[in-house]
Design a protein around this ligand. Structure first.
Ligand code: NDP
Length: 257
């Protein structure tokens, strides 16, 4: 008999920032494990294209899309209430939406600082809070926050990003402290360097690319698909006693100097 440990049939999973990149592949992995998925992003055209691809693969009745800005508190509250009312109970939330901004901190203005912090960190609080209200009322739910190796490692020119991801680590702990005894498991996945649109310029930069390959024991960039398995595990009953952890999926980058 097939194991039901990682079976997500009947679960509704909301994955923020899933029109492309890591979020898209996590959405695909959750759908392959049986979940009904709710896709998200701001660009409606891109979101519609991803929605069409997944509807063709998994069936329209298991694929939804909702365009909203995860950093906008009012839009988030409206969207979560609507999803709960019209699609159903959100059993899995993946707080994945995020942006990068490269600039030395001495040149950085406060608007760019705030944009990165609100998109990458405040968003996880806003979406997490609205979803957790419903999950706590039901006494169960899984929240997966997408952190980064930048929770542990700092590099020049990505100050607010590094701060936002360190915040995601501690937000995961703070959510656990308040919500774990209400039946929720909240954990974070911390990817290493993953080849997506966000990192395309780094892949194209020969010096940086060689540095990454030398700095990563696995000897390669990660791919979004490398994150699918860990996401399914953290979304499933196979991880019911895993609370407040940051799981590094980084080809070993954070264990070597
Ligand atoms: P991409 O730039 O490829 O995709 C980002 C996604 O987030 C898109 O779907 C984008 O859609 C959405 N998004 C951005 N801002 C918002 C917003 N305000 N509201 C709603 N959706 C939004 O990024 P990646 O896939 O590379 O990264 C995904 C996550 O993984 C991020 O949190 C990132 O920090 C993290 N990460 C990435 C790593 C990497 O090496 N690539 C490494 C470690 C962590 P739209 O633009 O239409 O809104």
């Amino acid at each position: 008999m097939a194991s039901t440990l990682f079976d997500l049939t009947g679960r509704i999973a909301l994955i923020t920032g899933s029109s492309r990149g890591i979020g898209r592949v996590i959405a695909q992995a959750l759908a392959e494990a049986g979940a009904t998925i709710v896709l998200n992003g701001r660009d409606e055209e891109r979101l519609a294209a991803t929605h069409a691809d997944f509807s063709a693969e998994f069936g329209a009745e298991r694929v939804y899309a909702r365009a909203f800005d995860v950093a906008d508190a009012t839009a988030v509250a409206t969207a979560i209430a609507e999803i709960e009312a019209s699609i159903g109970a959100i059993g899995v939330l993946v707080n994945n939406a995020g942006i990068q901004h490269r600039e030395p901190m001495l040149d950085l203005d406060v608007e760019d600082w705030n944009r990165v912090i609100s998109t990458n960190l405040t968003s996880a609080f806003l979406v997490g809070r609205e979803v957790a209200r419903h999950m706590l009322a039901r006494g169960e739910g899984k929240i997966i926050n997408i952190a980064s190796v930048q929770t542990e490692l700092a590099r020049p020119t990505i100050g607010p990003y590094t701060v936002s991801k360190g915040g995601i680590r501690n937000l995961t702990r703070a959510m656990t402290a308040e919500w774990a005894n209400g039946g929720l498991q909240i954990n974070a996945i911390a990817p290493g360097y993953i080849h997506t649109e966000m990192t395309q310029a780094l892949v194209d930069d020969d010096t940086f690319n060689s540095w990454i390959l030398g700095r990563t024991p696995a000897g390669r960039w990660g791919t979004p698909a490398d994150l699918g398995g860990p996401a399914v595990w953290l979304a499933s009953s196979g991880s019911d006693y895993v609370n407040g952890q940051v799981i590094f999926i980084d080809g070993g980058m954070t264990v070597v100097v």
